[in-house]
Ligand binder design. Structure first.
Ligand SMILES: [Ca+2]
Ligand SMILES: [Ca+2]
Length: 158
């Protein structure tokens, strides 16, 4: 009887914890990610779309985060390109993360990229490149990945 009560108490405590991420978002560490595939849009519009969901285009600071996203895209058999929050619109050749305007330290460009081939100032994870990074024309209509802090980590940028 006592063990049943204790089990109920523990279960009740676990169940009452809010989920780390909203429905439809994927959790990793202190971040939640949404893979938006049903509304391809330009880079600026994609960033705005993320902002409406209290998030931003994903910013990839570590190899672990990069691998997580790439594996998720592979596992879900994703196709096309996905915008990330990286751009060299202001200074050609200086790829900065949107939220900090800091030059990306960790990068994972496909060999030969970024090549600015057609005035390409916005970065994607591209399926044809096994979701390594590419620069593309910002007006391309692409899928995108939004990121926000998970519940309980609202003040942590992960
Ligand atoms: Ca460029
Ligand atoms: Ca390119």
């Amino acid at each position: 009887m006592r063990s049943v009560l204790i089990t109920s108490f523990i279960l009740g405590t676990v169940l009452s914890q809010p989920a780390p991420c909203p429905h439809g978002w994927v959790n990793r560490g202190s971040s939640c990610y949404a893979f938006i595939t049903d509304a391809p849009d330009g880079w600026t519009e994609a960033e705005f779309h993320c902002n409406l969901m209290h998030s931003r285009l994903v910013e990839i600071e570590t190899v672990v985060e990069d691998e997580f996203l790439r594996l998720h895209l592979m596992d879900s058999k994703a196709t096309g390109s996905f915008w990330i929050g990286l751009t060299d619109t202001l200074v050609e050749g200086e790829m900065v993360w949107m939220s900090t305007q800091k030059i990306a330290q960790y990068t994972n460009w496909w060999p030969g990229e970024p090549n600015n081939l057609y005035t390409e100032d916005c970065a994607t994870l591209k399926s044809g490149y096994s979701f390594h990074w590419n620069d593309e024309s910002c007006s391309n209509k692409n899928k995108f990945i939004c990121e926000k802090e998970s519940h309980g980590n609202e003040n942590v940028i992960g």
